[in-house]
Design a protein around this ligand. Structure first.
Ligand code: FAD
Ligand code: NAP
Length: 541
């Protein structure tokens, strides 16, 4: 078989290179069945690999691996592949928002996602802590107010340090980072365009797509002209003032939550339900807490146009919306309108059609097999662009790392997308792992489930006497499987910290009996996870 290919290939005097052997191996793996040897040749000619060999170059490709997208998944994958001895390039480029906002290396999480969001959420929590502090005896006379510019500058300078850290890490690990927009030209060849418009071409044996998502707009008059998205919010050069958020999922509730915590007038426009896909009992409790703390919800409305009443920083905008149930039209005036109606996968302008990678035409997502391989064998995909997977940073990182280990480290460990713990950083945080109650009932039937509920009042809330009867936990167990926990839900302070440990327990297949046999840490909120009593079953809700 190798002899057959040698007919076409010029081998340099120093003997066949590693990439040459890899290529032959690849050709044999993918194409060499005696009857289709000719088509293998044609295919190799088509995808450019044969020309590379014929060109007499020592290396068949410039790189072993090119990763497109330097966000959570792309950085993890490229660093791991380089650590395993491969020649790796990562390209990252941020297309500015319609408002002109742009940022550095690291992708969504670091620049316009998890990191600034959590820091601004923390800013809001500190405001609440200041109010509590008086009840604990702290005396301070001056009027407490928040300065947007100070917060924004502090948060963004921290992000700047992370951007720098990522560049250094890539250099240290010998990953070649290029700040350019990548687009496929041929199956093994991309074009990279930098911000000055300069085009460079690179080839690689394998590719990983990790291009993430960007906020979706509504397609109504005034949306791109006058509204912002989460991509603009965290570096907004002025305090947004009275704000309307459109959408009712993670991004909207989290941003609305911290803006209200800074003392701003906040309204959230909800098309249908809060936090689709999450346990609705818990989602509504998180919403009720927000409402109790002054956030207004305009339920069952969608915007139809946004007009500018006055330019400024912030200016004044008029929003017209219609009911989803009646003919009613409403109007409202806001300083800022933030659109958070979901995110589109960045897969439509990267030449996937030229190389035959299939995407779901409805949402631009990339279907992959359980090894993150697309329908084109040498092209893989990870992170937010994947069809039907969690859109979370740790998921993208895990998938990227494990993919590199499978490709280059002889590993066969696959990314486990089941029982992924997550937290929504609403003012009262909501952590969950496993199934929502609705889904558990659908899959197993009510009669086969044992569901435990517990209200909790965190000790730290008692002295300032706030938020009694608001924190809540729920455990869903499968009676058919030894009362194994299949759903965990917690609404309360430090939900991420509480839920992370529980995620480990669920990964180990924890049962109710094992939780009952675990000793708690007192006094904590997390001890609720091991003090669900059978007698409390359905005592509320
Ligand atoms: P990204 O991190 O988006 O990286 C993709 C990169 O590729 C980007 O830099 C992009 O500019 C670049 N790129 C795109 N196309 C090209 C191209 N053609 N050439 C070169 N570069 C390109 N997740 C959590 O786990 N916890 C949270 O608390 C959390 N909070 C969030 C808050 C907000 C407001 C948002 C929007 C998201 C949040 N997420 C959170 C989700 C998390 O940010 C994403 O799941 C994660 O960033 C996905 O990583 P990724 O590698 O798939 O893509
Ligand atoms: P999302 O989960 O897709 O939710 C979109 C929201 O917008 C829904 O409430 C939806 O309402 C609404 N909507 C859609 N189209 C609309 C329209 N035309 N008019 C009015 N409302 C409309 O999007 P997201 O909040 O942007 O989050 C994206 C992903 O980022 C999430 O899946 C999550 O994984 C990740 N993320 C994670 C965190 C975290 O870990 N804490 C935080 C933020 C984001 P319907 O329910 O009616 O469809």
């Amino acid at each position: 078989m190798f002899g057959h290919y040698n007919v076409f290939v010029h081998v340099s005097q120093s003997g066949p290179s590693r990439s040459y052997l890899t290529l032959l191996d690849l050709l044999c793996k993918h194409y060499c069945h005696t009857v289709i040897q000719l088509s293998a040749y044609v295919q190799a000619h088509k995808d450019g690999s044969l020309q590379h060999l014929l060109s007499g170059e020592n290396e068949a490709y410039d790189y072993d691996l090119i990763v497109i997208g330097g966000g959570s998944g792309g950085l993890a994958c490229s660093k791991e592949a380089a650590a395993l001895g491969k020649k790796v390039m990562v390209l990252d480029y941020v297309v500015p928002t319609p408002k002109g906002t742009t940022w550095g290396l690291g992708g969504t999480c670091v620049n316009v996602g998890c990191i600034p969001k959590k820091l601004m959420h923390q800013t809001a929590l500190l405001g609440t802590a200041l109010q509590d502090a008086r009840k604990f005896g702290w005396e301070f006379d001056e009027t407490v107010k928040h300065n947007w510019d100070t917060m924004k500058t502090a948060v963004n300078s921290y992000i700047g340090s992370l951007n720098w850290g990522y560049r250094v890490a890539l250099r240290d690990k010998n990953v070649n980072y290029v700040n350019a927009y990548a687009e496929f030209l041929e199956p093994h060849k991309i074009k990279a365009v930098n911000k000055r418009g300069k085009e460079t071409f690179y080839t690689a044996d394998k590719f990983v797509l990790a291009t993430g998502e960007r906020p979706r707009y509504l397609g109504i008059p005034g949306d791109k002209e006058y509204c912002i998205t989460s991509d603009d919010l965290f570096s907004l050069p002025y305090c947004p003032g009275k704000t309307l958020l459109i959408g009712a999922s993670y991004v909207s509730l989290e941003c609305g939550g911290f803006l209200a915590g800074l003392g701003l007038d906040v309204t959230i426009m909800v098309r249908s339900i809060l936090l689709r896909g999450f346990d609705q009992d818990m989602a509504n409790r998180a919403g009720a807490h927000m409402e109790e703390h002054g956030i207004k919800f305009l339920r069952k409305y969608v915007p139809i146009k946004v007009e500018e009443l006055e330019a400024g920083t912030p200016g004044r905008l008029k929003v017209t919306a219609k009911s989803t149930e009646t003919d009613e039209i409403i109007e409202g005036e806001y300083n800022t309108v933030l659109i958070a109606v979901g995110r589109d996968a960045c897969t439509d302008k990267i030449g996937l059609d030229k190389v035959g990678v299939k995407v779901n035409p409805k949402n631009g997502k990339v279907p992959v097999n359980d090894e993150e391989q697309t329908n084109v064998p040498h092209i893989f995909a990870i992170g937010d662009i994947l069809e039907g997977k969690w859109e979370l940073t740790p998921v993208a990182i895990q998938a990227g790392k494990l993919l590199a280990r499978r490709l280059y480290g002889g590993s066969n460990v696959k990314c486990d997308y089941i029982n992924v713990p997550t937290t929504v950083f609403t003012p009262l945080e909501y952590g969950s792992c496993g199934l929502p109650e609705e889904k558990a009932i659908e899959l197993y039937g009510t009669e086969n489930l044992e569901i435990f509920h517990s209200l909790l009042w965190p000790l730290e809330f008692t002295v300032p006497s706030r938020d009694n009867n608001q924190c809540y936990a729920k455990l869903i167990c499968n009676k058919l499987d030894n009362d194994r926990v299949i759903g965990f839900h917690y609404l309360g302070p430090n939900a991420g910290e509480v839920t992370q440990g529980f995620g480990v327990a669920m990964k180990c297949g924890v049962t109710k009996e094992q939780l009952d046999g675990t000793i708690g840490i007192h006094p904590t909120c997390a001890e609720v996870t091991i003090t669900f009593y059978r007698i409390l079953q359905h005592f509320v809700g």
